[in-house]
Design a protein around this ligand. Structure first.
Ligand code: CP3
Length: 343
């Protein structure tokens, strides 16, 4: 019996959509906080295969999701390419910055990444042994534009200003960085697949700040290149793409990139996405993460609206972005109950 997520990704319309959740292993779970404390900090947790596998499995044990997503971070690849990386408590990631050709020249060649990332591949191997047989293992990476925004600015930024500035001022350095991340992402995801990942997902969290030709050049084209290379090496590998806040850019994104599924944020309506995005294949996501904090009848109603909108096509139930640390696990359990009840 093929796993439900793989069936949906192949375009099958299932009576009950499979379900998983972005950031399902995270701070809203007391067992995650305990394991992170045991590891020491977030990055030590990412590079400890036994503990990273443990936190990946925790939400599967607690809720029985249909997929597990490897516990790691999109910023491990920049670190493997030679960027400094640390996390400021309560603030988020910090990296060394890239402001011109010198910063780019200090990075390592793509072939060097596996030395740093070997523990991540070991986590994938442990998970492919230990996950329940019906649970799909999803590997992931950041898309080149999103990863570049952090490598250029050295941190998360509200408008990705530093990355847009480098793109305007020094196009050669900017495009060389995008190319390096693109090649690194192909090797990183390919190694995850070799270790046992059954699906891979590309997170382009800041795709929404690319407009017009920039969206084509730096969101569509790198994704298309990564997906083509992965599918050439791993025939039949399903890929989920998440060009967050792409708006009209969601239309045709699956066709243009070769993705099998497009993940939707919660700024677009499910009814619109059913008509304009699901026509090309599987869609995933769209439930606003704030429902996981407040729950109640408003959450139930939104879940049922999304189920109804996507009923006629392939669909994987998910949030429109990651679950937040202040979420209540009881609301997660209720979401799964409503989705599986199908009404
Ligand atoms: O989804 C999962 O359960 C798998 C693991 C995963 C993490 N990060 C773990 C994490 C995944 C898929 C990511 C992706 C990621 N990381 C993205 C793309 C998706 C998105 O959220 O837009 C981005 C932009 C990052 C970079 C990053 N990592 C930021 C900006 C932060 C700080 C914000 C925050 O939530 O604290 C992180 C930290 C991070 N990555 C945490 C987790 C569980 C929290 C760290 C902690 O435990 O303190």
């Amino acid at each position: 019996m093929t796993k439900t997520i793989l069936r949906a990704l192949r375009g099958e319309v299932l009576p009950t959509p499979p379900i998983w959740m972005m950031r399902q292993a995270g701070r809203y779970l007391p067992e995650y906080r305990a394991t992170r404390a045991q590891a020491g900090d977030f990055l030590k947790l990412c590079y400890n295969p036994d503990l990273a596998a443990e936190v990946t499995l925790q939400p599967i044990r607690r809720f029985g999701f249909d997929a597990a997503i490897l516990f790691a971070d999109i910023l491990l690849l920049p670190q493997a390419l030679g960027a400094d990386l640390w996390f400021e408590t309560g603030e988020g990631p910090r990296l060394s910055t890239i402001t011109g050709p010198d910063g780019l020249a200090r990075l390592k060649p793509v072939a060097a990444i596996h030395e740093t990332l070997a523990p991540v591949y070991e986590t994938v191997r442990i998970l492919s042994r230990e996950l329940p047989k019906e649970t799909t293992l999803i590997g992931f990476a950041g898309a080149p534009w999103t990863v570049a925004t952090y490598m250029i600015a050295g941190r998360g930024t509200p408008d990705q200003g530093p990355a847009h500035a480098l793109k305007a001022a020094d196009r050669a350095t900017f495009t060389a960085l995008i190319d390096l991340i693109t090649e690194g992402t192909i090797e990183y995801l390919s190694a995850q697949v070799q270790a046992g990942a059954e699906v891979v997902k590309l997170f382009d969290s800041w795709a929404g700040s690319l407009k017009g030709q920039d969206f084509t050049d730096f969101a569509v084209k790198p994704a298309a290149r990564i997906i083509a290379a992965l599918k050439a090496r791993h025939p039949g590998l399903p890929v989920i793409a998440f060009p967050r806040e792409a708006g009209q850019g969601y239309v045709g994104f699956a066709r243009a990139t070769g993705a099998d599924c497009v993940a939707l944020d919660n700024s677009v309506s499910a009814e619109w996405a059913a008509e304009h995005v699901q026509v090309d294949g599987c869609v995933q996501g769209n439930l606003a993460p704030h429902h996981m904090v407040s729950g109640g009848p408003a959450m139930d109603a939104d879940i049922r609206r999304i189920l109804a909108a996507f009923r006629k096509g392939p669909h994987i139930f998910n949030l429109g972005h990651g679950i937040t640390p202040d979420a209540n696990p009881d609301n997660v359990a209720r979401m799964i109950e409503v989705v599986r009840a199908g009404c």
